[in-house]
Write a new protein. Structure first.
Length: 69
């Protein structure tokens, strides 16, 4: 993955995800973050990064077709 996408995740996407409302998912996220072994916790964080980056890119690609409000 290009270095720019990793930078974008660290400086824009990641902070946006952390400040998003986790109301319906708080218990599930807490269980994952607190119950995983350290090596699995690293894999979980990298998986979150990958998924968030590709969701962002999907939004960019499909967002052009949406009408402006």
């Amino acid at each position: 993955m290009p270095d720019f996408m990793k930078w974008l995740y660290a400086n824009y996407i990641g902070p946006q995800v952390k400040t998003a409302s986790q109301e319906d998912y708080e218990m599930h996220l807490s269980l994952l973050e607190n119950c995983l072994e350290p090596d699995l916790a690293v894999s979980y964080k990298k998986t979150q990064e990958f998924t968030a980056i590709h969701a962002f890119l999907l939004g960019l690609r499909t967002g052009r077709g949406l009408p402006r409000e």
